[in-house]
Design a protein around this ligand. Structure first.
Ligand SMILES: Nc1ncnc2c1ncn2[C@@H]1O[C@H](COP(=O)(O)OP(=O)(O)O)[C@@H](O)[C@H]1O
Ligand SMILES: [Mg+2]
Length: 181
């Protein structure tokens, strides 16, 4: 995976597959601390401790018949390659939080990439859930709340296709504006 937006998409898709009703994506960039943090939290079905262990380090426990994917290990590797840390906290029946940190200026740190594309792909998923997105860049904060956004547009009788295309325009304009500030 070439950029962090694709990692975020993969992790949030895990949340969708876990039946999450609420997914929160946070990006925190702190120039002074030279730190980039990404957090994806959900209220999906969660995992047992052993499952967390297995999906985080799929190469260590080889005696498994179940195919395990690489979304989680790849993000872990990306963070650790950039003097960062990786952490999953999960509780069965409660939800899961995935956190990855990176040294912001690390030469191998992947760019954030197409975050708007990731948000739109999630919004367009056939499973509907509430998505909260935050990007804190030093003292500036960008926030997007899909529930608020949908409610507002539905009040204006805008259908689902309309919601996605307006979200596309809105995010491209406002998020790109935020990033270049
Ligand atoms: N947020 C989550 N909630 C519940 N289970 C999860 C979550 N994230 C990952 N998992 C479990 O860990 C497995 C491995 O995830 P991942 O590394 O992204 O690979 P893949 O999605 O290809 O299976 C998933 O198949 C799922 O069983
Ligand atoms: Mg996955």
């Amino acid at each position: 995976m070439d950029d962090l937006s694709l990692h975020i998409l993969d992790i949030a898709e895990n949340s969708i597959n876990a039946g999450a009703q609420n997914i929160t994506i946070k990006i925190i960039e702190d120039t002074n601390k030279d730190l980039l943090m990404i957090e994806i939290a959900d209220d999906g079905k969660g995992m047992e401790k052993e499952v967390v262990e297995k999906v985080t380090n799929p190469f260590i426990t080889s005696r498994t018949t179940r195919k395990v994917g690489l979304g989680i290990p790849l993000l872990k590797l990306a963070a650790e390659n950039c003097d960062g840390n990786f952490e999953i906290n999960s509780e069965k029946g409660i939800g899961t939080t995935v956190k990855a940190s990176f040294k912001l200026s690390h030469i191998d740190r992947q760019p954030l990439g197409d975050i708007v594309g990731t948000i739109l792909a999630l919004l367009a998923n056939e499973h509907k859930f509430n998505l909260k997105f935050y990007h804190q860049k030093d003292e500036n904060l960008f926030e997007f709340d899909s529930k608020e956004f949908r409610t507002l547009l539905k009040q204006m009788d805008i259908d689902e296709n309309g919601v996605i295309s307006i979200a596309n325009k809105y995010l491209k304009e406002n998020y790109n504006n935020f990033k270049t500030n």
